[in-house]
Design a protein around this ligand. Structure first.
Ligand code: 5AD
Length: 352
């Protein structure tokens, strides 16, 4: 490890920041990965010990009005199988998840206008009524301030919306004209203003991405100061315009996870399904690089394979109970322990 990288690591450790050129050197140098991830693990243990928070993920609709070039459930993909879960089906997933110990339900779906504000509110209310000791996280894309406010009042307290890339020109290379980074950012600021615990994040290794784009992602996250940060490698989906582009890299994703842990010691950072898809031990490696959350699939087995954002997605064949046991073992084998409490973010008062 060079002296300048050592200086960068110390700066990140003590000030949670570093100059852009220092970050550039760090994220383009493969030879300091061991030091970087062990430092990130140390920081994670200082705030969260060995706890890994489990979240129950319910992928409730594969319909989407958007047309993101990387995503398998984009509107123009006529090969995608579309499904929607009813409120009762979603509640059944929660009942099963609750029995397995989950205390956070993440409702994720494409941007599907069939679920009006009222229907989302009814779903959120029903979950909160049946499972008052659980948190509801929404991940349903861009909506108006008023819609977000309705969902919050109905009892949703957390919202996940990745910015995907913080460079406006790169954003336009990944999305059609109808979408903009400015609007995505506005949604994130609206969610924060309403009082949600907010999660954002980006793709690693998406087509046309450069290290400078990744630095812009870090910089935007420093401005946003999110509670949760989800990143994962870009993975090819064979029926999208990006079918010919290669997968993002495992090692770069791990490196970015460690940098995020050093910059955001308090953050809830998942070892994502995409990371588990790119490498059989991807999620374990993610935990060791600084991640402290794992999301487990609670969707009915019959629909799982149809939430096909990318090819070869893991955990599509298992039952929820099987996923739960498998995850617990993997977390233990990596040297951590699974926690099923509500798992709110642990921010110091001066970070709020
Ligand atoms: N590869 C990796 N991640 C993807 N996502 C969507 N499509 C892909 C893909 N091909 C991610 C996006 C989105 C999240 C729900 O899934 O970052 O925010």
């Amino acid at each position: 490890m060079t002296e300048s990288i050592e200086t960068t690591l110390q700066a990140l450790l003590h000030t949670q920041s570093a100059p852009d050129r220092a970050l550039y050197e760090l994220i383009t140098s493969p030879d300091c990965d061991v030091e970087l991830s062990s430092l990130a693990d140390r920081v994670r243990r200082q705030t969260y010990g060995t706890a890994v928070y489990l979240r129950g993920l319910i992928e409730f609709t594969s319909h989407c009005q958007n047309d993101c070039y990387y995503c398998g459930i984009r509107h123009s993909n006529h090969m995608a199988v579309r499904y929607r879960l009813t409120r009762e089906e979603i509640l059944d997933c929660c009942t099963e998840g609750y029995a397995l110990g989950y205390r956070t339900f993440v409702l994720q779906g494409g941007e599907d206008p069939e679920y009006t504000d009222d229907s989302i509110c009814r779903i959120v209310c029903a979950i909160r009524e049946h499972f008052p000791d659980c948190a509801v996280t929404l991940s349903i894309g861009e909506r108006s301030y008023e819609s977000y406010l309705h969902f919050f009042r109905a009892g949703a307290s957390r919202y996940l919306l990745r910015h995907e890339t913080a460079d406006p020109r790169h954003y336009q290379m990944l999305h059609p004209k109808s979408m903009s980074l400015a609007h995505r950012k506005q949604c994130l600021y609206d969610l924060k203003a309403i009082g949600y615990q907010v999660g954002s994040g980006f793709l690693v290794g998406s087509p046309f991405q450069t290290p400078a784009h990744l630095i812009a992602d870090l910089c935007f996250l420093q401005t946003l100061s999110p509670d949760m940060i989800g990143i994962g490698p870009f993975l090819t989906q064979h029926d999208t315009p990006f079918a010919k582009y290669p997968n993002g890299s495992l090692s770069l994703t791990l490196r970015m996870l460690s940098v995020l842990r050093l910059m955001f010691p308090y953050a809830l950072i998942p070892a994502t399904t995409a990371l588990g898809t790119i490498h059989p031990q991807g999620r374990e490696l993610g935990l060791k690089a600084g991640a402290n959350v794992v999301m487990s699939n609670l969707s009915p087995q019959s629909v799982r394979q149809h939430y096909a954002l990318y090819d070869h997605k893991i955990c599509t064949g298992e039952e929820s109970a099987q996923c739960r046991g498998c995850l617990e073992q993997r977390i233990k084998a990596a040297g951590y322990h699974a926690v099923t409490d509500i798992g709110d973010v642990k921010r110091a008062a001066n970070e709020l």
